[in-house]
Design a protein around this ligand. Structure first.
Ligand SMILES: [Zn+2]
Length: 469
């Protein structure tokens, strides 16, 4: 990994501006980063074409500013370009994690911390989690649940170049029913629990659903996350009961479509999955107790499945540590943990569409790529798992025009791993090079910090042509 990146700049006049975007200059926060002044020719010994599902040999990726101009085979000479040579690696498109919670992270004190930490405590930590995620090769995430819309602020800070991190599409706070998995006050004593309503995402009628979606639009969400079934980490009793009616889910989906939102549905139980699919959601998250009828229904409706195997494994392991989770949570973790991986394998065999997602925060941020190994163990071919984290996840986001493969016109999101990950999928955990939108954030396995540009306008992720990235 050590000499993976050797850089040779061919145009002397452009050197200062170009190097400034890819070198470490801490403390220069007020200076805007110069856009790449000259094209970059990124030379890869091998490249995975995720559109075709093929491993290509030596290739040259030509990058103009934030986007890919063209991909040429061989070690191409590009007139006027700055060359970046990668050795002994395979290049892939920047990875996409379809299920993260970047503003939170597991800890044995997490259930107590929520009474002591302010929103700012979570927000500051989230910038570190975002960096770890980017360093692991994930240049885009779908963030499906936060508190106080703090992931909207994180997204805007990353888009404005204030802090480094993946491109975030966020659902803001999750939507569910009173006492359900999305209710943050489960387990609280009654005088503290209050009675959250639609404004806070607790819906108990189709009318409430409309209010909750419109509130998310107002607060800058990019998509919607609902909790139609019980879950593991809240302190209520059931992990899989149905917690939203079909009418409520249909109202969520109808309202979401008015605003161009997709809908992700956390669901462990078979009945909750059935209702969510009939209700028209875009994806089922976790899906632990998914039965054959659910899988058939998902194929009919074209519903995506985001398994999050790593989260099941992690909670199962921590449930055995006394006091790590409240007792009720540990009991549910023991039920769900052992099952998700087998469900993912069955869903793959049944032909359900699968997008890569991990539930990062349930396990420590930055370990996202372990999921590849778990997916392969479940019976998925390595190339399929990589497509799940690139082309498939981009389709689920409805941004496959801009991300998911290394192709002309798309964002210059490129990562590299040593060797060939199709022969050894664990190499996906050894990302040594990360480029996002033409800027190098990791090279030779070391973090690179482009200049922060705090004077750049903060923009949302939903603008025309992904404006603002
Ligand atoms: Zn989650």
């Amino acid at each position: 990994m050590r000499s993976m990146l050797t850089r040779s700049v061919t145009i002397a006049a452009a050197t200062a501006a170009t190097i400034a975007t890819i070198s470490t200059f801490p403390g220069h926060a007020a200076e805007p980063a110069a856009p790449n002044a000259v094209p970059i020719a990124l030379h890869c010994p091998r490249l995975i074409d995720t559109d075709a599902g093929k491993l290509l040999g030596e290739s040259t990726i030509v990058i103009d500013g934030k986007r890919i101009r063209e991909v040429r085979s061989g070690h191409a000479k590009v007139e006027g370009a700055q060359d970046i040579e990668l050795k002994d690696v395979t290049c892939l498109p920047g990875l996409i994690d379809s299920h993260t919670h970047l503003t939170d992270q597991t800890s044995p004190t997490a259930y107590n911390d929520q009474f002591r930490w302010n929103a700012a405590d979570y927000a500051i930590r989230s910038t570190v989690y975002a960096r770890r995620t980017l360093d692991a090769g994930f240049t885009t995430v779908r963030n499906v649940g936060d508190s106080d819309y703090n992931s909207v602020a994180l997204r805007n800070a990353i888009n404005a170049g204030v802090v480094p991190g993946p491109r975030i599409f966020t659902a803001g706070t999750a939507i569910g029913s009173t006492g359900g998995h999305a209710d943050p006050t489960n387990g609280y004593r009654q005088d503290l629990a209050g009675d959250a309503g639609a404004k806070d995402g607790m819906i108990n009628s189709p009318e409430d659903a409309w209010k909750a979606i419109r509130e998310h639009y107002k607060n800058g969400a990019d998509l919607i996350k609902i909790m139609p079934s019980g879950g593991v980490l809240d302190e209520s009793s059931s992990v899989d009961n149905a917690q939203l009616t079909i009418a409520e889910i249909q109202a969520v989906v109808a309202a979401a479509h008015d605003y161009g939102f997709t809908v992700a549905a956390h669901a462990h139980g078979a009945e909750a999955i059935r209702r969510a699919v009939i209700g028209g959601v875009d994806s089922i998250e976790h899906g632990t107790f998914m039965n054959d009828d659910d899988m058939k229904l998902m194929k009919e409706h074209g519903t995506w499945y985001v398994p999050t195997i790593i989260a099941g494994k992690f909670v199962q392991e921590k449930a055995e540590i006394p006091g790590y989770y409240p007792a009720q949570v540990a009991a549910k973790a023991r039920m769900v943990g052992p099952i998700i991986q087998a469900t993912a394998g069955r869903a793959y065999k049944a032909g359900v569409k699968i997008a890569f997602g991990t539930d990062a925060a349930v396990y420590p941020h930055g370990q996202n790529a372990k999921e590849f190994q778990y997916m392969v163990e479940a019976g998925m071919p390595p190339m399929f798992t990589i497509q799940a984290a690139t082309t498939h996840a981009a389709q689920l986001l409805k941004h496959d025009k801009d991300i998911g493969s290394i192709a002309a016109g798309k964002f210059a999101d490129v990562i590299a791993v040593p060797g060939n990950p199709l022969d050894d999928i664990s190499l996906m955990q050894k990302v040594g090079f990360v480029m996002k939108e033409g800027q190098v954030f990791k090279a030779d396995g070391k973090e690179q910090t482009p200049l922060a540009q705090i004077d750049a306008p903060a923009t949302t992720a939903r603008g025309e042509e992904l404006q603002g990235y």
